[in-house]
Design a protein around this ligand. Structure first.
Ligand code: AGP
Length: 614
């Protein structure tokens, strides 16, 4: 996700755009840039890092001009650095463009444009757009808007763009497909454009939400015009903004954590987009393609991580061992780095980290590298330290995760590890074709199944109300649901400050069952699968001691329903994919309990989003 802002009117554009970019930093903060048109010249200022870096740099320069575009970046193609920052510009410097989205056919377009003599300076997919529009403008005597329309007809992917042109000083041209874009209508032909309404709301409440494949032309003389990619003119549908600024940044949700829980259908889809195709029967993790054989021949795959990411690794261990029959060991990075571990060169060490900056995980990787192991990474932040020191890796593409408690990053990490397990198993031949296809189809269906679980949020909130004053809680699961129990317990601990423990369900009789009484809520993942009957027995053990059972069951379950105090049904799926679904109700339960206890959900006490210190 990136944030885009643009302005045209009678005011100075720079302060409006800069403030707007700060409002959109929650969408990405790898780099920021602004292009301003002044005295018939396009001036571009862009810097790696937060908007404040750009501000410090640009404030020393001439930032005059009443028309401009601005961008704050979440890197997808090309490292976060000055040259890859937006706006991107044409070779003659007369066109500047900002973009939120992914151009999927950029490599084909780039090759064609290079053959036509265009020079590329960045590693981004976005840069092809500005040269493509410039190429069409040069070859045909048409308007800027028409050139944009023709260019976008050649593009596949997602985009929200705004184009600034030195030869068109009275207008901006914008367009969207799959990435959001809002037009704010000020007074006297003054216009604002942005990824959402947060940079706009303080200036005007009159907005038009562009629809997919629509192009907007905002002109200080002609006003607003909207055309479809097919060239059909559209009547702008002007709406009155109701939300307030604070709510807008959270997309209307009360907290970033809830927004991110609800983003999971999209983030899981974005994570496997272009990486699996059930119909054609393939999985592709491009980032580690050259290391597949190394992983298959590995003596061990050692996974190092912390916290929630460590739980994702635990799920990965179950999947990779079960499907690909490769020995996996999961280590707390903080322990691994200090216990003088035995590592040799045919070990593959994989670090899993949302931030890519966790000190212990980074140090564990450096130790593994020093001892000659192959090191891979699974990160959410492009260009992060861990992604930079590893031999290769995969990005989770979950988008910025602002809430300190990790939610969508966890399910994205599990998605990548599931894809890895499937890829290795298929390549090794340790999985039948039919099972491979079944799991692929079930994986493609996960986003819709998560959506279905989110529809039970009100019911889950009612359950949270019952247990919000508990002093302790237990979470139980078997197989790959055991790490889900650990993750559920961590979520409750870190945002509601209730003491909670996750256990393998069978471990109850080895001590923890002594804790059970009528004050103890026990969350049990009791979905259909190999160990279902055994989990039912564990539930009966808890019930016999008056424990309260909140069970996560497969839709249509009857047996556990008769035993549990509460059940939350999740859609049926392949047993290996249950962690992607069973986690969601546990995230919601923790969230609602924390809100009911007036805890600071997005910034829990004592915690930081990224533990970059030891
Ligand atoms: C999870 O909710 C916590 N915020 C924390 O355990 C986190 O997962 C851990 O610090 C690891 O962070 P990383 O994924 O950025 O390395």
């Amino acid at each position: 996700m990136c944030g885009i802002v643009a302005y045209i009117g009678k005011k100075q554009a720079y302060p409006i755009i800069l403030k707007g970019l700060k409002r959109l930093e929650y969408r990405g903060y790898d780099s920021a840039g602004i292009a301003l048109l002044n005295n018939n010249k396009v001036n571009i200022y862009k810097k790696q890092g937060k908007v404040s870096n750009l501000e410090e740099y640009a404030n020393t320069l001439d930032t005059s001009g009443n028309i401009g575009i601005g961008h704050t970046r979440w890197a997808t193609h090309g490292l976060p650095n000055d040259i890859n920052s937006h706006p991107h510009f044409s070779n003659d410097g007369k066109l500047a463009l900002i973009h939120n989205g992914i151009i999927e056919n950029y490599d084909v377009l780039k090759k064609e444009l290079i053959n036509r003599g265009y020079k590329f300076v960045s590693e981004t997919d976005t840069e092809v757009l500005v040269h493509l529009i410039d190429d069409i403008l040069k070859n045909e005597r048409i308007s800027l808007a028409e050139a944009v329309r023709l260019a976008l007809n050649e593009v596949t992917g997602a985009y929200a763009i705004v184009v600034l042109s030195q030869d068109n000083p009275d207008q901006l041209v914008a367009a969207r497909k799959s990435s959001p874009l809002v037009v704010g209508i000020g007074s006297d032909n003054e216009f604002f454009l942005a990824s959402d309404a947060t940079p706009i709301v303080e200036y005007t409440k009159q907005v038009v939400y562009l629809n997919d494949e629509e192009i907007a032309v905002v002109d200080i003389n002609e006003g607003l015009k909207i055309v479809h990619l097919s060239n059909q003119e559209k009547t702008p549908y002007i709406q009155e903004l109701e939300l307030h600024l604070e709510a807008l940044e959270k997309g209307g949700f009360e907290h970033f954590m809830l927004k991110e829980i609800y983003e999971q259908p999209r983030s899981i889809h974005d994570c496997f987009r272009g990486r699996l195709n059930a119909e054609e029967g393939w999985v592709a993790l491009g980032g580690i393609k050259d290391y597949e054989q190394k992983l298959i021949n590995a003596n061990r795959i050692i996974m190092v991580a912390c916290g929630t990411s460590w739980h994702a690794c635990q799920v990965g261990e179950y999947l990779i061992e079960d499907l690909a029959r490769i020995n996996v060991e999961v280590e707390y990075a903080s322990e691994f780095r200090y216990r003088n571990p035995i590592i040799n060169e045919n070990d593959v060490v994989i670090a899993v980290s949302q931030s890519g900056e966790t000190a212990d995980t980074l140090a564990a990787l450096e130790l593994a590298k020093h001892k000659g192991a192959t090191i891979l990474g699974i990160c959410n932040v492009v260009g992060s330290s861990i992604s930079r020191i590893t031999d290769a890796g995969s990005y989770t593409h979950a988008g910025p995760e602002i809430g300190v408690a990790s939610t969508k990053a966890f399910t994205a990490q599990v998605t990548i590890l599931t894809l890895m397990a499937l890829k290795l198993a298929h390549k090794k031949g340790t999985i039948s074709e039919s099972r491979f296809h079944t799991i692929l189809s079930d994986l493609e269906a996960i986003p819709d199944k998560v959506k279905k679980i989110l529809e039970s949020d009100d019911k889950i909130k009612e359950i949270a109300e019952v247990y919000k004053d508990s002093q302790n809680a237990l979470y139980l699961g078997r197989g790959s649901s055991f790490p889900v129990a650990l993750e559920g317990a961590l979520k409750l601990k870190e945002i509601s400050y209730i003491h909670a423990e996750g256990y393998p369900a069978a471990e109850m009789k080895h001590g923890p069952i002594a804790l059970i009484d009528e004050e103890m809520p026990v969350f049990v993942i009791a979905t259909k699968g190999n160990s279902y009957e055994k989990v039912v027995s564990n539930i009966q053990e808890v019930k016999a001691r008056k424990g309260k059972i909140i069970a996560i069951v497969t839709e249509g379950d009857v047996q556990v329903k008769e035993l549990a105090d509460h059940v939350i049904e999740i859609p049926d799926t392949d047993e290996n994919l249950v962690p992607l679904l069973a986690t969601v109700p546990l995230q919601l339960i923790s969230y609602h309990i924390a809100v009911m206890r007036d805890c600071n959900v997005d910034q829990p006490r004592n915690l930081a989003k990224s533990v970059t210190v030891e």
